[in-house]
Design a protein around this ligand. Structure first.
Ligand code: XMP
Length: 512
């Protein structure tokens, strides 16, 4: 197992992810707890992450001395390289100019780290992001890779198995970085590489049992992949101590409620409370046009309903949530100041304090595709695991302006046809998210020999890795034509279809 010491880089979780991809178990510990964790962890190797501080400044964090005394391999990345160099007797200065982005790395000496990674010695693409620079090498080290602006881009002490990289091997912009990290954790640290999602599942189950004990857990199901995977995992761990609550707010897609209820009650036999709260939600939303008011209204009602249901089952000690790692990043402000609220995300965030519940978040360390892999491991059907994300406020934020039952029904039908066409064309899995938006605008058309005056429907489809940035999907025009014709022919109330070609940023994925 590998211990990753986190110095605050935004991409530390990506290091963990690459290590998992190499089939090796790892954990991340913040630098201020590293000494304690390291003492009992039994690491076969340590990775020191990047971070925003400068080693040249007084009082900035360091790796525990015990890491270097243990005689195990250490890989320092970016800030990690700098602190390692300084702690082992080298010296580091604040750089005069910072270097960000793509750089070409030239291999200048052989290193075990590079075995099978770079066939060519020169012009290997790496992704730099650093400010400090080494001015004197620590004893025992030599330079193994250089770039134009970084004479110490890669350094190594092969006899002690210490390696330092100024670039980030964990990001996708360093194309061979995954292989490089694999070399470190497997060949250099000697980890076997047989760890898998199956092992993750077993460990996660153990952790849940330890955390929950004999307590009662309540889990909100949205029908999305994350909450479903969390619920199934929890059910494996604690069985009937778990109650799932599915609140139908009247803002679901076509047949969605039936699918979720069928899967949980029918397939898994997991206790599920199905609350039909559509009247309550739609009445409260009637006449509301402002997107933030919509989101807040939905969030507030959701908490009310959930609280009611929790009371009915006699209360719960824990609230389970399918929070993923990107949700954690988006909600943390790294600048130290409060981050701007782009949209109030709908969740049950305020509930734990109000009801005195603790949180169980078994997916907190995972990325979306890892959650999908875990879902497959748990036997969730492929049609469920591969689902596009769907926002908590549902169709309410895909219906700009006032929401009515009539509009929601038009949107449901059109959305189902659009997704059906996408599936038929074999494109569903290539797209991160695709959906229809019913605009509060009517335009004139002609159908048969008559004049029509009906709504405009917008189609959206994006590619993305994590939902934080996105690009519009470049459909073939014939596909768009086919989908538009079917929608206009089959859905009463729509006479014009447009396609949204905005990326994120500057747009967001949802329209509200
Ligand atoms: P935006 O529209 O902000 O969305 O680009 C990014 C991703 O998050 C989803 N989304 C939500 N998910 N509750 C959720 O659970 C929400 O309130 C919410 N708003 C947006 C959106 O569908 C996309 O995948």
């Amino acid at each position: 197992r590998i211990l990753i010491i986190d110095f605050g880089s935004q991409v530390t979780q990506l290091i963990a992810r690459r290590v998992r991809e190499a089939g090796v178990y790892c954990e991340i510990t913040p630098f201020n707890l590293a000494e304690e964790t390291f003492a009992t962890f039994g690491a076969k190797g340590v990775i020191l992450s990047g971070g925003p501080a400068s080693v040249a400044d007084i009082g900035t964090p360091r790796a525990p001395q015990a890491v270097f005394d243990a005689g195990i391999p250490v890989l320092g990345i970016c800030y990690g390289q700098m602190t390692m160099a300084e702690q082992l007797g080298g010296s580091v200065e604040s750089g005069h100019h910072r270097e960000f982005g793509r750089a070409d790395l030239n291999v200048v000496a052989p290193s075990r780290l590079f075995t099978g990674v770079w066939e060519d010695k020169s012009k290997n693409i790496v992704w730099m992001s650093h400010g400090d620079r080494i001015v004197r090498m620590p004893p025992g080290f030599r330079i193994v890779g250089v770039s134009e602006n970084a004479p110490f881009a890669a350094i190594a002490d092969e006899s002690r198995h210490y390696y330092g990289l100024m670039f980030h091997p964990e990001v996708v912009h360093t194309p061979q970085g995954g292989k490089l990290l694999q070399n470190f954790v497997r060949d250099i640290c000697g980890c076997s590489g047989d760890w898998s999602m199956a092992a993750y599942r077993d460990e996660a189950i153990e952790k849940i049992r330890k955390q929950v004990g004999k307590g009662r857990v309540i889990c909100g199901l949205s029908g999305g992949v994350d909450s479903s995977v969390a619920a199934v995992l929890l059910h494996e761990a604690i069985g009937d101590q778990l109650t799932c609550v599915f609140v139908d707010q009247g803002l679901m897609r076509k047949a969605e409620a039936e699918e979720v209820v069928g899967l949980f009650r029918g397939h898994y036999n997991i206790p599920l409370v199905h609350v039909d709260a559509s009247d309550m939600f739609l009445n409260a939303l009637s006449g509301v046009e402002d997107p933030e008011v919509k989101r807040k209204t939905i969030g507030r009602l959701f908490i009310d309903v959930f609280e009611d249901e929790a009371r009915k089952i006699g209360g719960a000690d824990f609230l389970a949530q399918g929070t993923l790692y990107p949700d954690v990043i988006e909600s943390v402000s790294f600048s130290g100041g409060p981050s701007v609220t782009i949209k109030s995300h709908h969740n049950v965030g305020g509930l734990p304090e109000r009801m005195n519940m603790k949180l169980v978040e078994p997916l907190r360390e995972l990325f979306k595709d890892e959650v999908r892999a875990l879902g497959r491991e748990l036997g969730l059907p492929e049609s469920f695991v591969g689902r596009h994300p769907f926002p908590g406020p549902g169709l309410a934020i895909r219906c700009p302006g006032d929401i009515t039952r009539e509009k929601l029904e038009i949107l449901r039908q059109a959305d189902a046809i659009y997704l059906d066409e996408i599936r038929k064309a074999g494109l569903y899995d290539e797209i991160w998210q695709a959906f229809a938006v019913l605009l509060p605008v009517k335009t004139v058309g002609v159908m048969g020999d008559g004049r029509t005056y009906e709504y405009v429907l917008a189609l959206r489809a994006v590619t993305s890795v994590d939902g934080m940035t996105a690009d519009f999907y470049p459909f073939d025009m014939n596909f768009l034509g086919r989908a538009a014709t079917r929608i206009i022919n089959e859905v009463r109330g729509v006479n014009r279809v447009v396609y949204d070609v905005t990326s994120k940023p500057p747009g967001t994925i949802e329209w509200e």
